[in-house]
Design a protein around this ligand. Structure first.
Ligand SMILES: [Zn+2]
Length: 138
């Protein structure tokens, strides 16, 4: 819903903000950039989608994230759709958390660290009974 306080939204309100994306330092930070266009996030998507053996590629730079998410789920085998949707949601959430750690805690962005966090949480979600996640995990 574009309600997250990205750099672009903070700028619109005249609030202090970083001039570029805290993950890639290459573009204005919008939610669309963070989820689809960011070179850092795209590496994370590639790692996660490879890990779950998804046939979908990462979201496209100009594409709409929600449409990509929907298509990635629709094109997954029927028994893996719920899990695929959950892992995509988890990844988007972790990209935002990783961004917040960079902004508020001066954490250095790391694809490896973020990917490990996502895998660890996905296993916890599977253990907690999230539908379809266990079947998806290697
Ligand atoms: Zn970026």
């Amino acid at each position: 819903m574009d309600r997250c306080w990205t750099g672009e939204r903070l700028a619109r309100r005249g609030l202090p903000h970083a001039p570029t994306c805290p993950l890639c330092d290459q573009a204005v930070e919008t939610m669309a950039h963070l989820l689809t266009g960011c070179s850092f996030s795209r590496m994370v998507w590639f790692e996660v989608l490879s890990w779950i053996r998804s046939t979908s590629g990462p979201p496209t730079v100009e594409g709409d994230f929600a449409e990509w998410w929907s298509q990635a789920v629709r094109t997954a085998p029927r028994q893996l759709r719920k899990g695929t949707s959950s892992v995509i949601m988890l990844t988007a959430w972790w990209i935002w958390k990783h961004r917040n750690a960079a902004v508020f805690d001066n954490a250095r962005p790391s694809v490896t660290s973020l990917f490990n966090d996502i895998r660890s949480d996905a296993r916890l979600w599977a253990d907690a009974g999230a539908r379809g996640v266990r079947q998806l995990l290697p």
